[in-house]
Design a protein around this ligand. Structure first.
Ligand SMILES: [Zn+2]
Ligand SMILES: [Zn+2]
Length: 143
């Protein structure tokens, strides 16, 4: 957490932006929340303890976190932009339910190896990887 805060402070300083208490609260809230939240969902979570933080501030701060590389923006079929912490060593993949929007994360060493091998076969140096599988989750299959 301390490292992420320093990264964010450096980023703000470099861009002539102020380190404000509100921005730090949003960063802390983001890092301690479940993954894949939209700016609106994060705003609703923060609002309970921090009613003075407006939606626009959360929205803009999430953009800054994405620009600084701390968060990555994800789009899973719906029109929402969702955010998750950007950790380069963590290679997880997503299963997304078309009906309820549930997002399940999984890791799989076999897929990881296969993707690395595929990249190597094409003389590709990987920067990042994404794998998204769409369908129906168990609770949405009943109809
Ligand atoms: Zn579902
Ligand atoms: Zn994820």
């Amino acid at each position: 957490m301390a490292k992420v805060k320093d990264l964010f402070r450096d980023y703000l300083a470099k861009h002539g932006l102020k380190v404000t208490r509100q921005r730090e609260i949003i960063l802390e809230g983001f890092m301690s929340s479940p993954s894949h939240l939209s700016a609106e969902e994060l705003y609703l979570r923060l609002r309970k303890d921090h009613p003075n933080i407006g939606y626009a501030t959360v929205y803009r701060t999430m953009k800054l976190l994405a620009d600084s590389g701390i968060a990555s923006e994800r789009h899973f079929g719906d029109r929402q932009t969702r955010y998750e912490p950007n950790t380069s060593e963590d290679h997880h993949y997503h299963l997304i339910c078309n009906s309820c929007g549930r997002i399940i994360e999984f890791e799989d060493a076999k897929i990881e190896t296969l993707l690395q091998q595929t990249a190597a076969d094409h003389q590709f140096t990987l920067s990042h990887q994404r794998l998204e599988l769409y369908g129906l989750c168990p609770s949405c299959q009943g109809g």
